[in-house]
Design a protein around this ligand. Structure first.
Ligand code: SPD
Length: 276
């Protein structure tokens, strides 16, 4: 029997994954969580009908989102992950021996519980690390209460729809930069150059007002719309400083020095739109 999950994030574009079986299907106070076992991509986490990660291709997303700011800072001590309840970013952040504490500020406890159950084969159990701290609450309030506290902030969010829309606002970027320690760096999930040009331009403009060296970079993720996703690097420290840093212990599956550098090269139509 042919069973397909089709994502309909955009009214003009759809993509489907062949599903073997449903592992979880739950409506929480915040969202509809589904975890499916797919035929090619392993287990997949789907929130409100949108693919968040698959076991097979999440490494491009999590490694690029996490290591680019971590390497730019060099030896980060305190890290904040906004969202990221699936544990993928946490797993990468904890690879750094310099990290004393990695706080995950996630709104929905069920994302953590279900991911822990169904993605252990890929992420292990980063929550068991004594340096990991889960805070189940709204990230805005948490950022507001913690100025200058984090060497690295990673905004690992869903798309700017519904309750997540605020996480792409000027106010969020202001609070995020304010929560960075001097010399700190942030990275944010920053959507798709083809589909979200105006949003990315708006975010870049606001990051530019707040920091000296914001820059957009991109990774290939076949299960995201357009086959990939971009990130906004937000810092007063240039991202290229990270090219000189040593990778943390453990194996990378996606990032290497060439990919790290090349990720900041943008296709001409988009480079012009963004940087003028
Ligand atoms: N269009 C899908 C964007 C998903 C970004 N969030 C992924 C969360 C994985 N930790």
């Amino acid at each position: 029997m042919d069973n397909w999950f089709t994502e309909e994030l955009h009214p003009y574009y759809r993509k489907s994954l062949r599903v073997k079986r449903f592992l979880a299907d739950e409506q929480t106070q915040y969202q509809h969580i589904q975890i499916v076992e797919t035929e090619f991509f392993g287990n997949a986490l789907i929130l409100d009908g949108v693919i968040q990660l698959t076991e097979r291709d999440n490494m491009g997303y999590h490694e690029m989102l996490v290591h680019v700011p971590m390497l730019a800072v060099g030896k980060p001590g305190r890290v904040l992950i906004v969202g990221g309840g699936d544990g993928g970013s946490l797993q990468q952040a904890l690879r750094y021996p310099s990290v004393e504490e990695a706080v995950v500020c996630e709104l929905d406890q069920r994302v953590v519980d279900l991911s822990r159950q169904h993605f252990a084969a890929s992420f292990g159990d980063p929550w068991a690390d004594p340096r990991a701290r889960l805070i189940v609450r709204d990230a805005f309030d948490f950022l507001e209460e913690n100025p200058g506290q984090f060497d690295v902030i990673i905004s690992d969010t869903t798309d700017p729809i519904g309750m997540a829309e605020r996480l792409f606002s000027d106010k969020f970027y202001k609070l995020m930069v304010r929560a960075l320690s001097p010399g700190g760096a942030a990275s944010t999930q920053c959507e798709q150059p083809f589909f979200d040009t105006e949003l990315i331009k708006k975010i870049y403009k606001s990051a530019k007002k707040l920091t000296k060296h914001p820059a957009y970079y991109y990774a290939n993720i076949p299960t995201y719309p357009g086959g990939g996703i971009g990130f906004m690097y937000v810092s007063n420290t240039p991202w290229a400083k990270g090219l000189k840093s040593k990778y943390p212990p453990g194996k990378n599956k996606y990032i290497n020095p060439e990919v790290h550098k090349a990720a900041f090269a943008l296709p001409e139509f988009f480079r012009k739109e963004l940087y003028g």
